[in-house]
Design a protein around this ligand. Structure first.
Ligand SMILES: Nc1ncnc2c1ncn2[C@@H]1O[C@H](COP(=O)(O)OP(=O)(O)O)[C@@H](O)[C@H]1O
Ligand SMILES: [Mg+2]
Length: 225
């Protein structure tokens, strides 16, 4: 039987703010399976980014357990097996758009065919004409599209996208998702998108709701555990 990509039990994360503990995530239990399309919805400050950073292995839980049974050790996750699209702008200023998109391949030592892969990823999101531009010359929405191209370039097993359409208008946001879904069609790559946008959430088969650090997973998801 296939193993889950990610498995968490009683996962919690607290932060210290002015000497007080703030519980950002409280006892989340979840699994993500290959090929799943999950929307993580919830208000600002409900803990969505905290959860995504933990699932990417970028942050350490304060409590509970977290493992990546189908992917391996935490050291091997980024950027090869899990791609994280950050909520905040994350392109490197001194590198061109194409060089930014190539980064996951370089970091994973897969630079042999990187130029063809980068072109493919840029083309997927209509970004070929921006290949040589520096990030500071782009709009916020264009930067988000480049970050998405960077996420898919290495063919990861799990894409975690944190409000990836937050800087895009409705039509451009849908176009970004259209391109992403086309790319993932038939693939076993799982996709988890944190979003405020009900139109984006409606396109995902599974909905997880986050409220004040409490995660509820849908019945459909619970049935597949
Ligand atoms: N690095 C941090 N240090 C202190 N508090 C944090 C930090 N990151 C997040 N928080 C707090 O954790 C809570 C959840 O934040 P976050 O995960 O960013 O929510 P969301 O992504 O849903 O907006 C908030 O109360 C936020 O202030
Ligand atoms: Mg957030």
């Amino acid at each position: 039987m296939a193993s889950p990509l990610v498995e968490a039990e009683g996962l919690g994360r607290s932060y210290l703010q002015a000497g007080e503990a703030v519980v950002a995530l409280s006892s989340a239990t979840l699994r993500i399976w290959p090929g799943q399309r999950i929307a993580l919805v919830g208000r600002s400050g409900s803990g969505k980014s905290t959860l995504l950073h933990l699932l990417a292995g970028l942050d350490e839980p304060s409590s509970g357990s977290l493992a990546w049974p189908a992917l391996g050790s935490i050291e091997s996750l980024l950027p090869d097996k899990i791609a994280l699209v950050f909520q905040a702008p994350s392109l490197l200023d001194s590198l061109s758009v194409a060089e930014n998109v190539a980064l996951p391949l370089l970091m994973a030592g897969r630079d042999r065919d990187s130029s063809a892969r980068v072109k493919f990823a840029l083309n997927m999101f209509g970004l070929l004409s921006l290949a040589d531009k520096l990030p500071q010359t782009l709009s916020g929405g264009q930067m988000q599209c480049v970050a998405m191209a960077r996420a898919i370039v290495g063919e990861p097993k799990l894409i975690l996208a944190d409000e990836p359409t937050g800087q895009l208008d409705q039509v451009s946001g849908q176009a970004l998702l259209d391109a992403l879904f086309r790319h993932l069609e038939g693939s076993d790559c799982a996709l988890l998108i944190a979003t405020h946008d009900p139109v984006i959430a409606a396109r995902m088969e599974i909905h997880w709701q986050m409220e004040h650090g409490l995660l509820s997973v849908s019945e459909r998801f619970a049935g597949s555990v």
